[in-house]
Design a protein around this ligand. Structure first.
Ligand code: FAD
Length: 394
């Protein structure tokens, strides 16, 4: 006898990817169940580019109240602060060069997650506050089992349960992992001068030091370095950190103050060898993780989400082998290419890799010298040039 379904789509994981997937699915009138424990507070901010904002708009969370606590990214600046003899030229990209008012917005991740969960409820998603312990492809349907002992049956599973995904393991999907021997310190701070909408990525030995505008004279900071360096920074007082930031920013933001308690994140690289199998579509960090250079992570995760729902809408059986193959093809090139570029850029800042550093300098010099290349990089930084999912199209 055919097992009756609890929902056509079952999404697992309540981070931004899972919440966005469940909401988009329900808004397309697909019966959707989300299994997700409540997410805790998160001090990170995320720079989301124009296509991602279009998706958030469709979900009903943007601009709304979030825009009041977020800041537009008018200019993106790259400064070579490696201290080497050969340095890359200073690069400044402006959104109006590609006909945009802003490249994107810097949005606090904690409030974004709260808004997305409220949007999922409004859209009619059935939310189960539990964790999944296992999943199985039963042939015609998939089943997930929760820690609370419940079983739910669906046509297709959308895995959004983070980097150590239970669903990915249950689907038997292998991953490639690599380590960067790097941590990222994340905090926010105030400054006496204006940021003028400029996000600045300073390439420094050990990793990038990136300031991103927040409303008023405030910025968020992602400071990457070797684990001992970041560990020692984590021990400093707010005043001591303000002095360190002051030295690195060299007065461009005025006087630094009010550095909030920082949090550190280990930098990990991961890519799934397949993006879908056994009625399971991988999204967000279940499929790919990499350092926050160039602000690509969640932008790419939201593209996963858009394509996952396109696949569900496009197939009578969204868990069929044909649907799995279609999703894999949609995501494979985008993820692989971006990870390669970001990994190379990030690795070039790690000590004792002079050839890679010269390649970084060469690439940045070429971008600076050739206007068409400059345009291409800006457009590629926003999103792939073709094959955007339905929910991200203008
Ligand atoms: C320092 C830093 C800065 C960043 N800055 C940017 C940026 O500027 N721009 C950008 O685009 N990206 C950025 N990123 C990347 C971005 O933050 C991540 O891509 C994003 O948060 C990942 O979201 P996710 O939903 O895939 O995973 P997660 O946020 O990890 O969510 C996974 C969820 O699944 C739940 N879960 C886990 N196991 C189970 C289970 N068994 N059952 C049910 N639920 C489960 C967890 O509780 C969690 O809520 C940054 C990342 C870092 C580390």
């Amino acid at each position: 006898m055919m097992q009756s379904l609890n929902a056509r789509v079952i999404v697992v994981g309540g981070g931004p990817a899972g919440l966005a997937a469940a909401t988009l699915s329900a808004l397309e009138n697909i019966p959707t169940l989300l299994i997700a424990p409540e997410a805790g507070p998160d001090p990170r901010t995320v720079a989301l580019m124009d296509p991602s904002l279009r998706l958030l708009e469709r979900l009903g969370v943007w601009p709304e109240s979030l825009s009041m606590i977020s800041s537009p990214l008018l200019h993106l600046e790259i400064i070579d602060d490696m201290g080497n003899l050969i340095t890359a030229p200073h690069l400044m990209f402006s959104a109006d060069e590609v006909g945009l008012e802003a490249f994107g917005w810097n949005i606090p991740l904690g409030p974004l997650t709260v808004e997305l969960r409220a949007a999922a409820e409004r859209a009619g998603v059935t939310i189960i506050s539990d964790t999944v312990t296992s999943a199985e492809d039963l042939g015609a349907v998939a089943v997930v089992e929760t820690a609370g002992g419940q079983r739910f049956y669906g046509e297709v599973l959308i895995a959004a349960d983070g980097i150590e995904s239970t669903l990915r393991k249950s689907a038997g999907i292998a991953v490639d992992r690599w380590s960067f021997d790097q941590h990222a310190l994340v905090t926010t701070f105030k400054h006496s001068g204006p940021h003028r909408g400029i996000s600045t990525e300073r390439h420094r030995p050990g990793g990038a030091f990136t300031t991103v505008p927040l409303p008023g004279n405030a910025s968020s900071l992602v400071w990457m370095g070797t684990p001992p360096v970041v560990e020692s920074l984590m021990q400093r007082s707010s005043r001591e950190l303000a002095m360190e930031i002051q030295l690195i920013t060299r007065g461009t933001l005025g006087l630094i103050s009010d550095v909030m308690p920082p949090k550190s994140f280990p930098m990990r690289g991961l890519r799934a060898r397949q993006f879908a199998a056994h009625r399971t579509l991988l999204t967000g960090e279940t499929a790919h993780a990499f350092p926050p250079v160039g602000a690509q992570g969640l932008n790419m995760s939201l593209r996963d989400v858009g394509h996952a729902i396109d696949v569900v809408l496009g197939f009578d059986d969204a868990g069929s082998p044909a649907a799995m193959a279609d999703y894999h093809d949609r995501r494979s090139a985008d993820v692989t290419e971006r990870q390669a570029i970001i990994s190379a850029m990030n690795t070039s800042m790690l000590a004792e890799l002079l050839p890679l550093d010269l390649m970084r300098v060469g690439a940045l010099s070429a971008i600076s010298a050739f206007p068409p290349l400059r345009q291409l990089v800006m457009r590629q930084g926003l999103a792939p040039r073709k094959n955007l999912p339905f929910a991200m199209r203008g």
